[in-house]
Design a protein around this ligand. Sequence first.
Ligand SMILES: Cc1cc2nc3c(=O)[nH]c(=O)nc-3n(C[C@H](O)[C@H](O)[C@H](O)COP(=O)(O)O)c2cc1C
Length: 386
Amino acid sequence: MAIACIEDYRGAARRRLPRFLFDYIDGGSYAETTMRANVADLERLSLRQRVMRDVSGAQLETRMLGRSVSMPVALAPIGLAGLYARRGEVQAARVAEAAGVPFILSASACCGLEEVAPAVQAPLLFQLYMIKDRAFMAALLDRARAAGVETLVMTVDLIIHSPRYRDMRSTLTGRQTVLDRLRRMIEIARHPGWAWDVGVRGRPHILGNFAPAMPGGAGLAQFTDWVSRNFDPSITWDDLAWVRERWKGPLVLKGILDPDDARLACEAGASAIVVSNHGGRQLDGAPSTISALRPVVEAVEGKLEVLMDGGIRSGVDVLRALASGASGVLLGRAWAFALAAGGGASVSHMLELLRHELAVAMALTGYSRIADIGPEALLRTERAAS
Ligand SMILES: Cc1cc2nc3c(=O)[nH]c(=O)nc-3n(C[C@H](O)[C@H](O)[C@H](O)COP(=O)(O)O)c2cc1C
């Protein structure tokens, strides 16, 4: 069957990937309440249908994260993308550039800075977590600079790993018995397309950015172990000042949900924030991002750019986010699923679908320019509620 929408890419990814990898992408933390709310609260948001407003010649181009973009959409940092398709981060970065949208390279990428940066013309955006070993972190910032990164995205909502039941059940995390390993091999054998293309030809399966810190090997098992020892739950806003001293370029804070934290982000000198709950993969019970957005936008009083992610599954969702005050959105699972389903070509197709959906949604709500989309796009009852 032909692919019509992002949800179809989820189905295609499910067929292509070994189950433990699909579950890693698709799943959230605990009972996945927040993950589901991200999608459900967006879907619930009603838009005003407007008619006969001459929306010919609509323009989706705008500015986001300090650059001109073909639409207000970026590819969110996604870990382990090199396990979804062969050298997945390189493929996605190239496609994003061709489509005129920013690509944010995850700290936990398989393909490291030195592999991805030369594959594209424009400067990369690089995501990082606060790491206990500050000497390593300083060295990583130097590597990012050397690779031409201009914008640093600090993810602040993953100071500790949240329980993800699906990963525990699939033994992606936790202890593995011999039987578990055998099951994993059988699961891989049941997906020969993936096994050959990614499992064999997509090697090495290491975490390129962290490899120098893991002399014992930078495979998945070593990474999980390293993460639990090196992610830093003790961080405060003072540690961010440490980063600020070493990173003079634009700094984006990803993982802000609360208006008070948003105000602190302004004081910390962030140039943008991403309203995010890590796709419902961290605090289950946290509000959906679309419901958290408006109070955050009001708190920052236009002092910095506010982006959002979580649950964006269509061009209509992009419009809903813009109407709720975001100046752009990040796509997480949408591009991970497309990449898994068919590599860079599918990410490119997914972005085309999204662009068309956004253009049509703009036309039917009466907008020709991204900058004009505001709260008036929402039904009055929605505006009162948000
Ligand atoms: C498989 C997967 C891996 C992720 N890896 C990272 C990561 O390495 N760094 C990060 O800041 N966020 C990571 N995230 C969170 C995304 O950047 C983004 O916030 C989230 O996926 C948005 O929600 P959505 O998937 O519903 O679009 C990851 C999300 C998923 C689904």
